[in-house]
Ligand binder design. Structure first.
Ligand code: MG
Length: 364
């Protein structure tokens, strides 16, 4: 099974409510979709969202990287030679992790189709239930309380609470969310780099003193401030999760070996796909740390790939794959299915995606 052609599309999906973090506000999902076509007529699906504030990517930058650098290296290569395919992608260009992830997800989809098995099985996993959290966007405390109550009603037990736009308001936001969600809800607090290291220690200590009991606090300080991250981690009781600070397996090794954070958030768009994600899972195992499998504003192609990876590795104990749950509709037929917070995967080969409706061919 050889790769014959690469096709690029845009997938547009309206969100239920605007997605707001300390870094950005997004009204609708608009992601690049790539399909790889083989000489036997099989199609592999991949996807990447343009997350300029985290990965530096835009739709044209992802599309250009694929069209001009990655696709030419793949045409004519055998699908089953994953090692050679990785080497080709890595040799083509540095960085550009979202473009590589989109292509690499499509390669793994084809690899699963080649061996006629679901991806999680080929990656060494067995079927287990995944329970995702749901993002509560950063807004006024009353609005966040309403969103939290709605999320609990929709069947979500774990909430990812976005803060970090205004340190003076963040404690009030968390109190309002805890009150609305109830004592049983699991709260994951994500500051998206919005605090200074001293602000973070003061706020997290206040959150602890107020009995708000968050499960963890994610990325309190700037992505490149590893000393600041370590400062916070060593001064609070609440576990600290590194997200924007960890792109590569090297980043994960550096952070875990120096105890700059307790856990790491793996996202395919930061690692450049499943190969890097699996490497981070192995590094976390070596340091006896646990991982979250997260996503950017990803639709059900990239999230399905992340769910397969999560199902394959027990060290991935926390799931933040709520992209499709934030959408008003799902144009992806097959792939991961959501029942409230529960994610199930089909037994079909590869990602298990049958088709994607409403794709617009990308012209640029
Ligand atoms: Mg995060």
């Amino acid at each position: 099974m050889k790769i014959k052609a690469v096709h690029l599309y845009v997938m547009r999906i309206p969100l239920r409510t605007p997605f707001k973090t300390a870094l950005r506000t997004v009204e609708a999902m608009e992601n690049l979709v790539v399909t790889l076509e083989t000489d036997e007529g099989a199609l592999g699906y991949g996807e990447a969202p343009p997350t300029a504030v985290i990965t530096g990517d835009t739709i044209p930058s992802i599309a250009g990287a694929i069209r001009d650098f990655l696709a030419p290296k793949l045409i004519g290569l055998e699908v089953e030679r994953l090692d050679a395919l990785h080497a080709a992608l890595d040799a083509a260009m540095v960085h550009n992790t979202s473009a590589k992830a989109a292509v690499e997800i499509a390669l793994y989809d084809l690899w699963g189709k080649r061996w006629n098995a679901p991806l999680y099985q080929l990656l060494g996993g067995a079927k287990r239930e995944l329970e995702t959290d749901l993002t509560i966007s950063v807004n006024a405390p009353e609005e966040m309380a309403r969103d939290a109550a709605d999320a609990v009603k929709r069947g979500f037990r774990i909430l990812k609470v976005k803060v970090g736009t205004d340190a003076a308001l963040d404690l009030a936001r968390l109190k309002a969310v805890r009150e609305a969600a109830g004592p049983e809800a699991v709260l994951r607090v994500d500051a998206n780099q919005g605090w200074t290291m001293r602000e973070a220690v003061r706020l997290i200590s206040a959150i602890e003193d107020a009995g708000l009991n968050p499960e963890l606090v994610e990325q309190p300080v700037k992505a490149d401030d590893i000393d600041g991250l370590r400062y916070v981690t060593s001064r609070v009781y609440t576990p600290i999760l590194a997200d924007e600070s960890v792109f590569s397996p090297q980043d994960a090794a550096n952070i875990l070996s120096t105890r700059a954070a307790d856990l790491v958030n793996i996202k395919l768009m930061k690692t450049g796909g499943l190969h890097g994600a699996m490497a981070i899972a192995s590094i976390a195992e070596a340091f006896r740390a646990e991982c979250m499998m997260g996503c950017m504003l990803e639709g059900n192609i990239a999230v399905t790939a992340a769910a397969h990876a999560a199902m394959a590795r027990n060290v991935i104990t926390r799931i933040d794959l709520d992209g499709p749950a934030l959408c008003r509709e799902n144009p992806v037929v097959g792939g991961a299915s959501f029942t409230g917070s529960r994610i199930a995967l089909p037994d079909a080969p590869g990602l298990g995606i049958e088709r994607v409706e409403g794709l617009e061919p990308l012209r640029f």
